[in-house]
Design a protein around this ligand. Structure first.
Ligand code: LHQ
Length: 267
């Protein structure tokens, strides 16, 4: 039987699901099985209509050290010099990054410790990143002769601009959580024992909001980076037109007028 490296659990009495990377002795370095399990867990959380927000975190002292470099799929092998490591990206990483970006509910990444290589790329693919003050961030691809992958080359310049993106990618220095928040790589930091509680509280807030509008907001923000004002104005208008017929719109306006908290329920 395949070993489980990803746990997915619902918080008691809450619409928040928690996805936990669980391979702590290797700082949650990613094997092919783990990448499949991670994608399947995101899809399962998104398909469960009782789930309205997803928290992603790691077990142990690391969040995720990126690709498991000891995995025979990627470990250099003199017996097999033509091994194609791009295969792993095409079949495992790309579907996982897409699952994160298209998740049917908002995602909050609670970075409990070091995030390296593709572990950093995957954290950055979440909607909100909250890191422990003890966490650190390192691209590290340059140290093994590779380029930033799993979306990092696209995300980094958009998050922190060309200057910082190239500094991080070319020098490969470890960044503290405080510095990562200062340059806008992540949303915020919290003391080590508060990072998961803060991520859960943030996810609870998101879970009480109109999910469909939040997910479409993510899509609009992502699309804006490739778009222009005219296209953005028209896309906003099309989506707003649809949302105007939703339960959550009527509920939000009625709740405002009746001076009561809204009870959103669309997914
Ligand atoms: C690991 C790993 C690891 C295995 C720590 N693998 N065991 C995509 C597609 C195709 C090909 C290649 O790549 C990719 C995407 C990528 O992600 S490439 C980038 C891969 N990741 C890295 O290069 C990071 C390698 N790790 C590190 O630089 C350090 O371990 C960091 C900075 C993450 C943490 O350093 P420390 O806190 O000093 O911990 P440590 O180095 O002592 O690691 C603890 C254990 O975890 C250790 O095992 P051991 O048995 O000696 O206790 C490491 O071997 C293991 N580990 N990363 N990626």
């Amino acid at each position: 039987m395949t070993e489980r490296f990803i746990e997915l659990n619902r918080q008691p009495d809450s619409a928040v699901a928690v996805l936990r990377l669980n391979r702590p002795a290797q700082l949650n370095a990613l094997t092919a099985d783990m990448l499949v399990q991670w994608r399947e867990a995101i899809e399962a959380a998104g398909a469960d209509t009782d789930v309205r927000a997803l928290v992603i975190t790691g077990e142990g002292r690391g969040f995720c050290a990126g690709q498991d470099l000891a995995d025979p799929l990627v470990a250099p092998d003199p017996e097999q010099p033509s091994k194609d490591i791009g295969h792993l990206l095409n079949h495992y990483y790309i579907p996982l990054v897409q699952a994160l970006r298209e998740c049917a509910v908002p995602t909050v990444c609670a970075v409990n410790g070091v995030a390296a290589g593709a572990g950093l790329s995957l954290a950055l693919a979440c909607d909100l990143v909250i890191a422990s003050e003890a966490a650190s961030f390192v691209l590290g691809f340059n140290k093994i002769g590779l380029i930033p992958d799993a979306g990092a080359s696209w995300l980094l310049p958009r998050l922190v601009g060309r200057t910082k993106a190239l500094e991080l990618a070319l020098l490969g220095d470890k960044l503290s959580a405080a510095e990562a928040a200062r340059i806008g790589l992540i949303a915020r930091t919290a003391p080590a024992d508060q990072v998961l509680p803060l991520a859960l509280a943030t996810a609870d807030r998101l879970a009480a909001m109109p999910t469909r509008a939040l997910v479409q907001t993510r899509q609009l923000v992502d699309a804006s980076l490739e778009s222009n004002l005219d296209i953005a104005l028209r896309t906003e208008s099309r989506l707003q037109s649809q949302l105007g017929f939703s339960f959550d719109y009527a509920e939000g306006v009625n709740a405002f007028q009746q001076k009561r908290p809204p009870q959103f329920r669309d997914r």
